[in-house]
Design a protein around this ligand. Structure first.
Ligand code: MGD
Ligand code: MGD
Ligand code: SF4
Ligand code: MO
Length: 812
């Protein structure tokens, strides 16, 4: 049991408690050492087969976050009615009772006027308790507008795997059995996902396998790789297709997975068309069409001219990768994908896994293991006529319009267009938003061209932010609700994959809350539901009351009970022996809660071969799945697929639209005025956008190759810097067609000439006393998003952060 009050004495012994870190999307199982009622140390939870007891560096910063003196500790309301970057909101403390009463009044007003669709919920990082607030509450109030952050995160990366193997999610990589690991725009020793696992095994990986990294800058992973391929930004598909070309012309493809020519003679000869009837294809679809339409022309020489890489290196990497088949991984990160034409790069890079048969195979790229959590009760019976009518309106992000196909899982208009919601709000198109709630998000900082979000939020009459810190989003809010920190102060669960396993890992309150915090996804919606019920609208509370404790059958009576019961409800099949379905077995809730993590059964290799969730059931090099989706979107708009591609800024026409193919990058700014392509990357210390008020972030910033402690540097190749007369330490201004920032120059060979790299994360002008030089006024460093235009990979809805813009650099 936890001590409940008082300070720990120096010799007091503490106890370890299970929890989960959400410093990034890895979602690692952790243990927290609690002395008295304070958390003092964090380590990996040894029970997780996904994290293998390990941690990454930024896990420890959670301690600085939870005890950040700048956390908001009580609800606050704005007293300055004017909203703007230079308008101090003049927040004053109020009670939870007043805060939620005011919000309930605003929602009731919408309901009374039959305009519940003018309510909007925005979420950033979340746990799987999210549906309570994000889905159920939005629906029962009666709005279509639950807008997630997914499209500023990594949706384009999922596009390739989905339109080849029918899998819309992150992959896990079987590096323990791999012989070649080819990584595209991801830095798994510092960022990407499951850093604790991959860093734990990487020493063995580099000993056994060859590692090649395609990146315009020398990342932490590239620094330890056999090959660094600093390709020109946005030319990944050229390289991927040349690798496919070599694999096919050299006969290195997987005969077991792809099949072979009927007579065993390789007819893949550069430039020559192949007769489809001569090839016997097995678990894949369209390899010969793909060759004929695209790959036959994509020679290493051609790719060298596109990527700026030496032709010898392209040939070597391609042949070595092919020879390692099927234990050859093509690891696709955000770099090639979160670009205007990134959906197709995602397909091209991922298609290599099909070619070498590493897809779903030992030493290859794997999908998710099965898990057995339960969805929360359905909301339908609690949606009245007003709610049903409200929900039917078009969404504020305009998904599904001609210029925004947003084809998640084969369905037009199904993917979120996070960043475009700002324009929807600003233009009142399709209508105005009157009441908005944001939680654990900071779109006024994390979205490209964030100034649009400043204006959009200023336009909404009533904005509420559920947050730990007064961030840039809070600045434009009317009400701030102080939230719990996920690792130490709330109930929840998340799931993730690595090492051939999936885990479900729990969050639980393990320390005393220093402020009057409430949990965003459970306690706040319950308390609001009570306020709505007091005002005559009890549907939401009645719905939440159906989340009964699975052990006792008891209805929740208060916010804390609701949180706990909801978590037990969702995870019952994991801890209740009577409901056991697989994976780790527990003898009850208490055992699960103290262990904190459930592991799945090991990964069943090759089970999906021939049973992929594509239109053909096979791994598609010619995507019948994408063809169906694009044709449906074109039909919805009475037009052709070619016309759709044209308005969406893609180059493909005809059948090229359905295959992994090359397109030149679409980058803002002309080369004469803006000579450098801007390269954005994450810090190994970024806890998404949330480390900026931690002093350790700045103390250890030089852990990022090329970066400096307590500074925000733009890394320039010395060859380029010399021409500009710039030296390390110079103050510089970087300007793009849509904005400018100021930071410090750093000369560094680990960056491709013609590009300039800068780490994302600094440039906060709010958030806290460390994050900004002067809170509310002067940022510390520069926000990369001020440079990157709001553009999209329209097929997936993703916001572009790579190869998005050219910039110019001046000394100031
Ligand atoms: P990005 O952050 O987009 O994606 O993690 P990643 O999938 O790794 O980083 C892309 C990389 O691509 C950068 O290293 C950049 O240098 C490189 N790059 C830029 N342009 C190009 C290009 O044209 N081609 C190629 N090949 N590479 C290019 C995303 C994942 O990371 C996500 S979605 C989250 S939410 C997590 N956040 C997070 C964090 O905040 N900090 C750390 N340290 N790790 C994190 N991991 C997670
Ligand atoms: P954050 O920027 O992390 O999330 O972008 P967002 O989803 O907007 O902001 C989270 C906010 O939640 C904080 O500002 C704070 O106000 C609040 N907060 C912090 N901790 C907590 C907490 O424990 N509980 C609650 N309730 N609130 C909290 C993330 C997004 O950013 C992602 S996922 C990616 S992958 C992108 N990365 C990225 C990049 O690499 N480069 C550039 N240029 N832009 C990027 N933006 C994207
Ligand atoms: Fe895991 Fe990410 Fe937390 Fe590191 S920051 S421990 S990788 S969730
Ligand atoms: Mo993300």
């Amino acid at each position: 049991a936890l001590a409940t009050a008082g300070e720990a004495s120096p010799d007091e012994k503490g106890t370890w408690h299970a929890g989960t870190c959400q410093g990034c999307t890895s979602w690692c199982a952790k243990q927290v050492y609690v002395v008295g009622d304070r958390a003092v140390k964090i380590r990996g939870n040894p029970h997780s087969k996904v994290c293998v007891g390990a941690s990454c560096v930024r896990a420890h910063m959670a301690l600085q976050q939870v005890y950040d003196p700048d956390r908001i500790k009580t609800p606050m309301k704005r007293t300055n009615p004017k909203k703007g970057r230079h308008e101090d909101p003049r927040f004053v403390p109020i009670s939870w009772d007043e805060a939620l009463g005011t919000l309930a009044d605003k929602i009731m007003e919408l309901r009374d006027n039959n305009e519940t669709h003018k309510y909007m919920l925005m979420r950033g990082r979340y746990t799987y308790m999210r549906d309570i607030l994000y889905d159920r509450m939005t629906k029962i109030i009666g709005s279509p507008n639950n807008i997630s952050h997914s499209a500023i995160c990594a949706e384009a990366e999922k596009f390739g795997p989905y339109y080849t193997e029918g899998y819309w999610s992150y992959r896990q990589y079987d590096v323990k059995h791999a012989r070649y690991v080819l990584i595209w725009g991801a830095d798994p020793l510092a960022a990407n996902r499951q850093v604790p696992f991959y860093t734990s095994v990487w020493g063995d990986v580099v000993g056994r396998a060859q590692v090649a990294v395609v990146e315009p800058r020398l990342s932490a992973t590239a620094a330890k790789a056999d090959e660094w391929l600093p390709a020109k930004p946005g030319q990944d598909s050229a390289l991927a297709l040349a690798i496919a070309h070599v694999i096919l012309t050299h006969g290195l493809w997987s005969k077991e997975f792809v099949g072979d020519f009927k007579d065993g003679t390789n007819r893949f000869i550069p430039g020559q068309t192949v007769d489809e009837t001569t090839f016997d294809e097995k678990y894949t679809h369209g390899v010969v069409s793909w060759w004929n339409l695209e790959v036959k022309e994509r020679t290493p020489e051609w790719a060298a001219s596109k990527t700026g890489l030496p032709v010898e290196q392209i040939k070597r990497v391609a042949a070595d990768f092919g020879k390692a088949a099927p234990r050859a991984i093509s690891w696709v990160g955000g770099g090639p994908c979160m670009q205007v034409r990134g959906g197709y790069s995602s397909m091209a890079c991922h298609a290599l896994n099909g070619l070498v048969g590493s897809c779903d195979n030992e030493g290859g790229t794997l999908a998710s293991n099965k898990e057995y959590t339960t969805k929360f009760p359905k909301p339908d019976a609690f949606m009245d006529e007003i709610a049903k009518k409200g929900k039917k309106h078009e969404k504020i992000d305009q998904r599904g319009r001609l210029e925004f196909p947003a084809l998640k899982e084969g369905k037009p208009g199904s993917a979120v267009l996070t960043n475009n919601a700002a324009d929807g709000i600003l233009n009142e198109d399709p209508y105005e938003i009157k009441v908005a709630l944001g939680y654990m998000n900071n779109f006024t900082f994390s979205c490209t061209q964030p100034e649009r979000w400043e204006r959009a939020l200023a336009k909404i009459p009533f904005v509420v932010h559920l947050t730990t810190n007064a961030s840039e989003f809070s600045w434009f809010s009317d009400l701030l609700l102080p939230n719990t920190h996920h690792l130490f102060e709330k109930y929840g669960y998340v799931k993730s994959i690595a090492n051939g396993y999936r885990h479900v890992t729990l969050m639980q309150p393990v320390i005393k809350r220093i402020g009057d915090y409430k949990a965003d996804e459970t306690e706040v919606p319950w308390l609001l539901a009570e306020k709505l019920a007091e005002r005559g609208f009890s549907n939401l509370l009645n719905h939440y009351k159906t989340y009964k404790d699975p052990e006792t059958g008891k209805e929740p009576e208060n916010a804390m009970e609701f949180s706990l019961f909801a978590l037990k409800y969702a995870t019952q099949s994991l801890w209740d022996p009577a409901k056991y379905k697989g994976g780790d077995k527990f003898n009850g809730w208490e055992a699960f809660l103290s262990t904190g993590v459930w592991n799945s059964d090991p990964y069943p290799y090759r089970k999906r071969w021939g049973k992929m969730k594509t239109a053909t059931g096979k791994f598609e090099f010619f995507s019948a799945t994408l063809k169906k989706a694009l044709e449906k979107h074109a039909t919805n708009h009475n037009t052709t697929v070619d016309a759709v591609l044209e308005v969406c800024r893609y180059e493909a026409r005809g059948d090229h639209a359905f295959i992994p193919h090359h397109e030149d990058p679409y980058t803002a700014g002309d080369e004469a005025a803006y000579p450098f392509v801007f390269v954005d990357h994450k810090s190994r210390l970024n806890r998404e956008g949330r480390s900026a008020n931690c002093t350790w972030y700045y103390d250890f910033k030089d852990l990022d190759p090329g970066d400096e402690a307590w500074d925000d540097v733009a890394k320039l190749n010395p060859v380029d810097a010399k021409k500009l007369g710039i030296q390390s330490g110079d103050a510089i201004r970087i300007t793009s067609p849509t904005g400018k920032i100021e930071c410090t120059a750093k000369l560094w060979e680990g960056i491709r000439p013609g590009t300039v790299a800068k780490c994302y994360g600094q440039g906060h002008w709010a958030y806290g006393r460390v994050a900004s030089k002067s809170f509310g006024k002067t940022p510390r460093g520069g926000n990369n998003n001020d440079l990157i235009p709001a553009e999209y990979d329209r097929l997936s809805g993703s916001t572009v952060r790579h190869a998005g813009t050219r910039v110019k650099i001046e000394r100031i």
